[in-house]
Design a protein. Structure first.
Length: 102
């Protein structure tokens, strides 16, 4: 009888790769996730962090403006659809469902 192959499992906590024997349920090998290279230039790392902070701030500002204007946008959409409904009352009748065509 051939030996069963090992199962490869990714640990959800540490992202390590585990090779497990399916017959016994024992971990045969363990390979840790490769760690990122250490920071060589501290000044460049600080500059990168500041750029990321500025980008986060810009995204937050943009999201805040969109949320602030959301009410106006929804009101404009509602007014436009209301105007269309007044011009074409036929569009207010519900569509027939495919199941009702029989």
């Amino acid at each position: 009888m051939p030996a069963p192959s090992l199962l490869s499992v990714l640990c959800p906590c540490c992202q390590a790769t585990l090779k497990v024997d399916p017959a016994t349920g024992v971990v045969i090998t363990h390979k840790e996730k490769e760690k990122p290279a250490p920071i060589e230039d501290l000044g460049a790392a600080v500059a990168k962090l500041r750029q990321e902070e500025a980008a986060r701030g810009e995204k937050f500002r943009k999201s805040f403006e969109e949320e602030k204007n959301r009410k106006d946008v929804l009101n404009r959409k509602f007014d436009e659809l209301f105007k269309q409904a007044k011009e074409d009352p036929e569009s207010l009748t519900p569509r027939r469902k495919e199941i009702d065509w029989d």
